[in-house]
Design a protein around this ligand. Sequence first.
Ligand SMILES: [Zn+2]
Length: 130
Amino acid sequence: MDIDEQCQLCRGAPETINHAFFACPFSGAIWSRLLQWLNINRSNMEWTDELKWAETWCKGRSSKAEVYKIVLAAAVYYVWQERNNRLFQKRSKGVDGVLRQIAQEEDGCKKIFTRIGPVLCPTLGNFDEL
Ligand SMILES: [Zn+2]
């Protein structure tokens, strides 16, 4: 990644791994919504800290840890796709569009969330309701 490039998502900072996931206001907004969904009560962290946290958290074999892993993977994938769409095709889905994609296109994610979502975060409703 060329660090001289401006971030495609917010155009407010140089594009680095740490910025793109999840310090960027754009991906940060997506990530904090996903953390809410997962009923994980903390704010966004920098990429390296986020990974460290994920490593510890995912040692657990609870269904919550499984969902977290899938959602993290989906978030990274779709945020990066959004970045590439903006860069190469000048198309943008926005925060809600990316969240909808994560919910709808990530089939495994959706299935798991539909199964245990209501248990994880009853107040936030179902993944499908985005
Ligand atoms: Zn940015």
